[in-house]
Design a protein around this ligand. Structure first.
Ligand code: ATP
Ligand code: MG
Length: 596
């Protein structure tokens, strides 16, 4: 399996969005904007003072699921650019589709954005908004469009509307309802609003051009009838705006300057402009109007980010929930041990471009190691333990129960973090694969006749092992080599080629350690119509009973450590407690991924 390098994205990435913001700031297009202090229509903003924000961006999630690492890209981009240019970024819930949205998701999204390190407060004002708060304005705008002959109520069936829309090669044809008068349309629209028509019996459509080469301009639907209880407005409405109608209005009411969205919305841009320009002409919105710009989606290798597929993993029980540490949701990644800083660094490293990007997962892991290397306290941990018995311990130290105090720096480059204390005794746990009865060429650790150093301890010489009837090694035997205590004069007079990690049986802290790995074995799990379930990594999770350094008994919730030789670990935010310690492996020390 190919080894993944992270060098290809290390160079400063292009970011065309910065260029265009700088161009706008230079030309002063936004400098005359006024702001009413909160979202509102033209009158509201014109009554306010100059907008204190040089630019306004927004992150507009739909509260229909948990945020994933792709959303992190959009969050970092919108909040990051606002920060960089003296602007403000709004957190806006695009909650115009009542059937799929829930308060649970709203709360989870707020927590995830905060955790990532972003804030929607500015000068004491919270810029946390809900599109559903704009339903009144949206309806008023719909009546205004109807009054101006720019929208009509179409009572064709969904089937008929589809058939008359045409396609890429064929122009659409006009609905028989297209020529209704404004007065007739207004009556009909009010009947829609007042619940006098059945679900699906009519839609409000923009009147633009059924022959437009851009299918999005062939009289797109603005409102539909849907009797559904909304998580915030309850049963107040039985008509709901379509996303393409709602989104530009949300941006305009909030005085957004730059509306950044992903590439699939490029064809919607002409409608975005059509709608806002008409509403400005009708006096409902004040120019300058927001402008939409598209950037490429971020995809990471070895994961899937579609909400539908993530939901399938949860509902089919493949993972334990939205916050399973293998999930690419922000909750899953946080629980796994990814730091907010590492995710932000990865998002920055991916830049912004006009094409969708596939980023090597190793880039994220590289960002994580770069963040944790300087911070995470070190510790020794034995993950696959076998007992090593030091046969001459009593002889050397006068008693089989004697414990030698040992110490090691909490962090090799950060003396201010102090020393870790632990003991060495007659019996210690070592990694099973640090012993070989018959060593392969180049194996320098324990085998009969060989000497190794127990790190921070002393040198031992292997004398053999004890096996059970099945030939399985149950104990490794060795003898202490006198005068080799680490930190004492002349301790390195005995030269060894191998150093191994260990934990004394007497003071070991028993813990559950969960070794997580990638959820998929293929870089693009859902490429070419493949069912991502076919490429699940059967070894994405292994639970082991480990022995840790005694100091780890004090580990707090969500604390990171580097287990020497093994990688970075974190205490599990859900399951860890002093009584039931659970440590998750975030990643190994080096990029050593190989598919099973
Ligand atoms: P999904 O396809 O996973 O359901 P979505 O785009 O439908 O995602 P939204 O809640 O609408 O989910 O997304 C909020 C914002 O995040 C949007 O502006 C969207 O463009 C952006 N976003 C979502 N996924 C990515 C991604 N992979 N890369 C960059 N931006 C993304
Ligand atoms: Mg979406």
């Amino acid at each position: 399996m190919a080894h993944h390098t992270s060098t290809n994205t290390a160079a400063a990435p292009g970011n065309f969005l910065r260029t265009l913001i700088e161009r706008d700031l230079e030309s002063g297009v936004w400098s005359q904007r006024r702001f009413g202090g909160s979202p509102g229509d033209a009158a509201h903003h014109l009554a306010g003072g100059p907008d204190p924000a040089r630019i306004r961006t927004r992150f507009p999630p739909e509260p229909n699921g948990y945020l994933h690492v792709g959303h992190a890209k959009a969050i970092c981009l919108n909040f990051g650019l606002a920060q960089a240019y003296g602007g403000v970024c709004h957190l806006r819930f695009d909650d115009t589709n009542p059937e799929k949205e829930e308060q649970e998701y709203v709360d989870a999204i707020i927590e995830a954005v905060r955790w990532l390190g972003f804030d929607w407060h500015s000068n004491g004002t919270s810029h946390l908004y809900f599109a559903s708060d704009y339903f009144d304005f949206m309806y008023r705008a719909a009546e205004a469009l109807v009054g101006a002959g720019l929208a009509y109520v179409d009572e064709q069936s969904a089937e008929q509307m589809r058939a008359t829309r045409g396609d890429f090669n064929t122009p659409g044809s006009d609905s028989p309802f297209r020529q209704r008068t404004a007065d007739e349309n207004l009556i009909r629209l009010r009947q829609m609003r007042d619940g006098e028509l059945d679900d699906g019996a009519a839609v409000l459509r923009a009147r633009i051009d059924m022959a437009s080469p851009n299918i999005n301009l062939r009289d797109p639907a603005l409102y539909r009838i849907k009797r559904a209880t909304h998580h915030r407005t309850g049963d107040r409405w039985c008509i709901y705006p379509m996303y393409t109608y709602a989104h530009p209005i949300e941006d305009a009411l909030e005085n957004i300057t730059h509306s950044f969205c992903t590439l699939e919305f490029e064809d919607q841009r002409p409608f975005y402009d059509w709608l806002l320009e008409n509403l400005a002409r009708l006096g409902l919105l004040a120019p300058p109007l927001p402008r939409q710009f598209e950037f490429g989606r971020l995809n990471l290798s070895y994961i899937v980010t579609s909400k539908r597929k993530l939901r399938a993993l949860v509902e089919e029980g493949t993972v334990s929930g939205w916050d399973d540490p293998r999930m690419p949701t922000l909750f899953g990644m946080r629980r796994r041990g990814y730091t907010a800083q590492s995710i932000r660094a990865m998002a920055d490293a991916s830049g912004a471009s006009k094409t969708n990007i596939w980023l090597d997962y190793a880039v994220l892991e590289g960002c994580l190691r770069a963040d944790l290397e300087g911070q995470a306290p070190r510790a020794m941990a034995v993950l696959d333990p076998v007992k090593l018995v030091l046969q001459n311990w009593a002889e050397v130290y006068g008693s089989a129960d004697h414990l030698e105090p040992c110490q090691a720096p909490a962090h090799p480059q950060r003396p201010e973090l102090g020393q870790r204390q632990f003991a060495l005794g007659a019996e210690v746990w070592i990694e099973r694969d640090d012993f070989a009865e018959l060593p392969a060429k180049g194996f320098f650790r324990l085998f009969p006749g060989n000497k190794v150093r127990l790190k921070y301890g002393l040198v031992v010489e292997c004398t053999g092992c004890i096996k059970d009837e099945a030939g399985h090694v149950t104990q490794v035997l060795a003898r202490v080599v006198p005068d080799t205590r680490s930190g004492t004069p002349g301790s390195d007079a005995v030269k060894v080629k191998g150093t191994i990690t260990w934990v004394a049986v007497a003071d070991a802290h028993a813990a559950t350690v969960v070794l997580y790995d990638r959820l998929f074995t293929e870089a693009q799990p859902d490429a070419a119509q493949r069912d991502f379930r076919e490429v699940l990594n059967p070894r994405s999770k292994a639970v082991v009973s480990a022995f840790l350094e005694p100091g780890l008994a004090q580990a707090a919730a969500e604390q990171h450590f580097q287990f020497e030789r093994h990688g970075y670990f974190i205490t599990d935010r859900v399951e860890h407690s002093a009584a039931t310690p659970v440590f998750n492996r975030v990643t190994t020390l080096r990029d050593g991924w190989a598919a099973p």
